[in-house]
Design a protein around this ligand. Sequence first.
Ligand SMILES: NC(=O)c1ccc[n+]([C@@H]2O[C@H](COP(=O)([O-])OP(=O)(O)OC[C@H]3O[C@@H](n4cnc5c(N)ncnc54)[C@H](O)[C@@H]3O)[C@@H](O)[C@H]2O)c1
Length: 250
Amino acid sequence: MDLGLNNRVVIITGAGTGIGRAAALTFAEEGARVAVIDIDSVAAQKTVEMIEEKNGVAIKQVCDITKADEVQNAIQNIHNEYGQIDVLVNNAGLSRDVTLLKMTEEQWDFVMDVNVKGTFHCCRAVLPYMKERKWGRIINIGSRSMFGNLGQTNYTASKMAIVGFTRSLSLEQARNGITVNTVAPGFIETDGIKSLKTYPQLREIALTKNPVGFLGEPKDIANTVAYLSSEQARYITGTTVLVTGGRFSS
Ligand SMILES: NC(=O)c1ccc[n+]([C@@H]2O[C@H](COP(=O)([O-])OP(=O)(O)OC[C@H]3O[C@@H](n4cnc5c(N)ncnc54)[C@H](O)[C@@H]3O)[C@@H](O)[C@H]2O)c1
């Protein structure tokens, strides 16, 4: 199936590592012009170089998505460079795990700011360009943790918020040719997770609980995101696609 992504302009936040980088590489392989947004300049540059090594087209914008003015600047620069914006993947996200009674207000705010407010800022900045061309795809990265996970009240709340945000925005933009969907990954073996001290135990637990009997890789999420970004997915909006190997709750 031809995804029709050739020459599309695709912005991916948090594309310096992990799932975001895999998505950036996948879009570049499909012929898209990629914009890598990340707070980490070195990581973003590495993704750009990986794409260029394969003769793909990519630029980077170093930006903290919690800052409205930085996001506006980055999106403006990308539009100046490429002349259009077709796809936004709101992937940058993080967790600060601790049980509620020990959670500080800073830990709560930090997770909500990056995971929710960052998504708001990026959508608000790209939508005028998508509306202008009557075509757009927004994919928000949620998490299976939205169903509840010990020590993750802040993260769970942020990822459930993304599901509601997606639904409302999809209704607002449906008549403008813009679809908005959430992709909710389960346990994905990123380099970041593999570098954790507790990785062997985490892997074992995740494997035991996983119905399909194997763990997902960044490419599994990237492929889903690429499909939802295509013209072929034009009738899919406002929904959440779980990419979890069949695992739902904790
Ligand atoms: N890896 C998993 O198992 C898993 C499971 C479910 C959901 N997710 C979600 O998938 C997304 C990507 O996860 P990952 O594991 O690849 O993460 P990661 O930590 O490997 O990468 C996240 C990237 O986001 C960037 N970032 C962080 N804060 C930022 C900010 N304020 N502004 C701009 N960039 C910022 C980081 O520099 C990093 O490059 C996240 O939203 C995460 O919640 C991951």
